[in-house]
Design a protein around this ligand. Sequence first.
Ligand code: 0O2
Ligand code: 0O2
Length: 268
Amino acid sequence: MMQDWKQILIPYEQAVEELKVKFKSIRNECRRLDEYSPIEFVTGRVKKISSIIEKAKKRQVKLEDIEEKIEDIAGIRIMCQFVEDIDTVVGLIRDRNGKDLKIVEERDYITNIKESGYRSYHVIIRYTVHTAFGEREILSEIQIRTLAMNFWATIEHSLNYKFKQDLPKHVKIKLKNAAEAAFKLDKEMSEIRDDIMEAQEIFQAKSSLVHEILEKIQELYFWGNINNIEEIRQEFFKLHEEGNFNKLKQFNKKLDRLKEEYNVRTIL
Ligand code: 0O2
Ligand code: 0O2
């Protein structure tokens, strides 16, 4: 039986790994291009066998129907900074519909907040994995939420686990209040979204500029024959300390000129 479960879960494990890579790469590409990323971080898991059996029992799903009826055996969670980013991410998923995934259903628990106070956007997809034993199409649930929604859901989930779904009344009230606070936080963050995004973009741009400069100094150093490399390094340290973005940009251009100059000399 255990062996059967292992065999069943292999494509789900592969799907989670692949989907994590795909969504993480959206974030990584944006960062590399100094662009704002609608994705903050991504997690994924394959549901534990005991939880699958428990869910099947609760819903009176027969063992042979588990793969068609339990949609979140492969679960992906995408965290965003702002509620608006959720729409962007859902848009990205819709763009892929019929390409590397098929959307089965969307559940908007952001507009339709659950009784518990739970908010998130769920997209159920069909996803094909190519395993050693051939092609397999599996179901997967993608949950898209803000950091605040995630904070609340994680705590509520662990409390439910602790109290075995039977939350005492005072805990329930506190959780409802906390859900309201998380909702307000998201709203307030949205109001200053433009300022936050701008600050983050500047920070990101500055960090890649510094990276670029350091690489160029290293290149100039290794090409040798640059007698004022120490001077260049000192100049960089001074500018870095000063923290003026425009001056760093000018310095970067100066390094380009130096590199070009040196290249010309090498060619000649
Ligand atoms: P995994 O990759 O499955 O082990 P990478 O090195 O690129 O694979 P990444 O995404 O650069 O990993 O690391 P990141 O974003 O710093 O996240 C590290 C792990 O912490 C990931 O778990 C995140 O999903 C998880 N995490 C949990 N809470 C937070 C949070 O508030 N912020 C961030 N940034 N990460 C968080 P995994 O899925 O096990 O990664
Ligand atoms: P896990 O892995 O423990 O998170 P149902 O379970 O019947 O309410 P349904 O219709 O199967 O839900 O699917 P739905 O509501 O789209 O998604 C179920 C999943 O959403 C849950 O998975 C949770 O991850 C999350 N979720 C839904 N409601 C709540 C809630 O009130 N609080 C928290 N913390 N999470 C919620 P599981 O099965 O609990 O699995």
